[in-house]
Write a protein that binds this ligand. Sequence first.
Ligand SMILES: CC(C)(COP(=O)(O)OP(=O)(O)OC[C@H]1O[C@@H](n2cnc3c(N)ncnc32)[C@H](O)[C@@H]1OP(=O)(O)O)[C@@H](O)C(=O)NCCC(=O)NCCS
Length: 293
Amino acid sequence: MSSFEYDKIADSGDAEKLKQILTQCFIGSSEEEEKYFQAVGLENFRIIRQNGEIAGGLAIIPFSQWWGGECISMAGIAAVGIAPEYRGSGAALALMQNTIREIHNRGVSISALFPAVQKLYRKVGYEQAGSFCNWEVKTENIQIHKSTLPLTAVDSNSEILRELYQKQASLNNGNLARNPFIWGNIFQNQDSQPVYTYLIGASDNPQGYVAFAQKRTDVDSLIQIRDWVVLTPEAAQSFWAFFAGMRYSYRSHFVNANRHDSLARCFNRSYDFDIARTKSKIKIIFPLDVADS
Ligand SMILES: CC(C)(COP(=O)(O)OP(=O)(O)OC[C@H]1O[C@@H](n2cnc3c(N)ncnc32)[C@H](O)[C@@H]1OP(=O)(O)O)[C@@H](O)C(=O)NCCC(=O)NCCS
């Protein structure tokens, strides 16, 4: 079997070929892939070739992550895709081995990704470190109706949102120090639905925020929580009361991501309404400090 060569994108021909492969791998459209490439930046993609032909590639996205109150460098691995005709021949393994070597040589402390296939990433040293889930709550079941803090509409570009998020993230191991790519995704309209953002608490002493979109389906009206920060029990109570206030017009809402516990922990008592896990994925992580061991 001939060996693989690891490379950066050299020219527009390479870029087009990788876009085609990733569009097929992730069942996307060429417009979506184009947008994704622009958001990530061509310089952050890597490819694997065999006999000079591109077999697949991935993106290395520079992040920082909070651990023990310290913000450390992290390489997020995304869009790992190998063209069908090259699969099963070790192409992805060669791509990942080279990627780990590169980011270790750059001095990056840690790497994380959401795997579709655990075996591949375990073979190069990643291990399971967390999970990401969607939670669903029926608004009519929320039994917290009394808000103790005001909620005020706020612009999604407001610096206060970034400050509040950083306060919360620095207290939680594994939370991202978000870059513009992540912030952009949160507030990006989906299905032409705007994202509404509310500050929780007085403007001179905000204690959190919530950002959400609304969606009408054939049977339901849904609220999709895109992001939130709750720093105090009062903020958590006001968060829930805000959505309980929508119980006559909306049947359910989704709490996206794995920080649902932070909302629950703010209370001294347990929730008396059901929260169902609707979708989940595993996050795995690789400490690059031990890449050579
Ligand atoms: C997942 C994918 C990248 C694997 O590429 P590949 O080149 O076929 O993988 P490799 O041949 O290098 O396999 C490396 C190891 O992973 C394992 N593996 C690969 N695909 C697997 C799968 N679908 N399920 C379970 N294990 C798998 C292989 O068995 C191999 O381990 P082994 O040597 O012990 O048998 C490829 O199938 C793909 O592009 N899929 C579509 C996009 C996708 O899902 N990407 C993953 C995003 S996290």
